[in-house]
Write a protein that binds this ligand. Structure first.
Ligand code: SF4
Length: 353
């Protein structure tokens, strides 16, 4: 054990100066006991400070539709779940929500939905160009898989960024969890997005049933290989409306270690302290911000719709109004000695903007 800790210290020392870790080194960090993991978090925090600074970027999250044609095994809004009410915001509601987010000081919004056939590329393009013409917000879209031509239409309408998580790097596990998706198509979509000039975000869940330390290490290496602008990592939280209701969920400590290692590997990518971490532990997001994260995504969806958008249970801030959330999160960030960015928070990769 003492020998392993020496190795952990040596890997952290190496990671401070270089983002190149082997799979074996990553597994060693992932297996480091909780009470000795501080060195990993401190190293990630130092890399975060050097590469992206003390500013925390806020992205206002607008969940504009919970309709979805797909049936991912872990997801509370999967199409076959008949026990939730469905909603779709109108173009006017979406625009007003974006305007409100900007008035609360957000410089950037993330527009998220299930794979809702109503929102074609043309409708999404119209939504984005309308928001762009009324605000100065940077826009991230997270609405699933489209063809090259469809992603192009959306990009040309003004979308700046796109989030599409691969969730696991194991093709076998991916196919088990995503009965109507294809792992290679997912990765192909990420390459198309990059080719079209989007700032691209992806990521994965920690603690999925069937995950091994090897798969988790491969997830992290895949993030690095994709050379992403943004990387989102959160624990798997079993939803009672799914077949995985009885599964064991991911833990905060393993999620924090994954965030920290992502920072060591990805250097200047934007990494959120995800809401799922805050749902596992009231201080989850603060802990992630001290383990390499530099982004928070407070929910600005109108309050009456939030209960209906629960990919996982016990999601935080379901009843808080957006103005309260904005103040609350600013207080938490300042409490850590960090500042809220007043910029759009674009990619820091020099060739992307
Ligand atoms: S994870 Fe996304 S694509 Fe899968 S069922 Fe849920 S909303 Fe639909």
């Amino acid at each position: 054990m003492e020998n392993n800790m020496k190795k952990v210290y040596a890997i952290c020392e190496k990671a401070l100066h270089s983002g190149n870790l082997s799979k074996e080194e990553i597994i060693l960090l992932l297996q480091c006991p909780e009470e000795q993991s501080d060195i990993i978090f401190q190293t990630a925090d130092a890399v975060r400070k050097k590469e992206v600074g003390d500013q925390v970027h806020l992205r206002g999250l607008i969940e504009f539709s919970n309709y979805c044609k797909k049936n991912c095994e872990y997801c509370g809004i999967r199409g076959k779940n008949k026990s939730i009410d469905r909603y779709r915001l109108s173009q006017e509601e979406i625009l007003q929500t974006a305007i409100r987010a900007e008035s609360l000081g957000y410089r950037s919004v993330v527009m998220q939905s299930g794979e809702d056939p109503f929102f074609t590329a043309e409708i999404l393009a119209d939504m984005i160009s309308t928001i762009k013409s009324h605000t100065d917000l940077a826009i991230t879209l997270s609405a699933g898989e489209f063809s090259y031509d469809e992603y192009k239409i959306i990009k040309e309408a003004g979308a700046d960024r796109y989030l599409l998580r691969f969730e696991t790097s194991s093709e076998e596990l991916y196919q088990k969890l995503h009965p109507d998706s294809d792992f290679h198509q997912r990765i192909k979509c990420l390459h198309i997005l990059e080719e079209l000039g989007y700032q691209v975000g992806s990521g994965f869940m920690v603690g999925l049933p069937g995950e091994t330390p090897e798969i988790l290490a491969d997830n992290l290496l895949l993030l690095q290989k994709l050379d992403l602008d943004m990387a989102g990592i959160g624990p798997f939280l079993p939803n009672s409306d799914t077949n995985l209701a009885g599964a064991q969920g991911g833990t905060l400590i393993n999620s924090l270690k994954a965030v920290a290692i992502a920072r060591l590997l990805l250097r200047n990518a934007h990494i959120p302290a995800t809401t799922a971490m805050g749902s596992l532990d009231p201080k989850g997001r603060e802990k992630a911000l001290q383990a390499g994260a530099n982004v928070v995504m407070p929910n600005v969806t109108p309050e009456e719709f939030r209960e209906m958008y629960q990919l996982y249970p016990n999601k935080i801030c379901l009843r808080d109004d957006p103005a309260h959330c904005r103040k609350c999160i600013t207080g938490k960030i300042q409490g850590l000695g960090r500042t809220v960015s007043t910029e759009h928070g674009h990619s820091l990769k020099i060739d992307r903007i």
